[in-house]
Write a protein that binds this ligand. Structure first.
Ligand SMILES: [Zn+2]
Length: 68
């Protein structure tokens, strides 16, 4: 079985929309997504913010990968 992979896109992320940063800025939301995956799907995942509106995109995007 392949590990679960998911992409989550958030528009108007309050952590990032009105900021400018040189690296992804959404640690609060990212942490909550890890918790939600555990509670809702019973999966342990690592989540990385791969695109961030604080860095110029119009949304924040997170890549989730199931861990062992
Ligand atoms: Zn962001």
């Amino acid at each position: 079985m392949e590990p679960l992979r998911a992409t989550i896109r958030i528009h108007d992320n309050f952590e990032c929309t009105y900021l400018r940063a040189v690296s992804p800025n959404s640690h609060y939301i990212r942490g909550h997504l890890v918790g939600l995956a555990k509670v809702i799907f019973g999966k342990r995942v690592e989540i990385e913010e791969t695109k961030c509106s604080a860095m110029g995109t119009s949304y924040c995007e997170f890549a989730a990968v199931e861990t062992a």
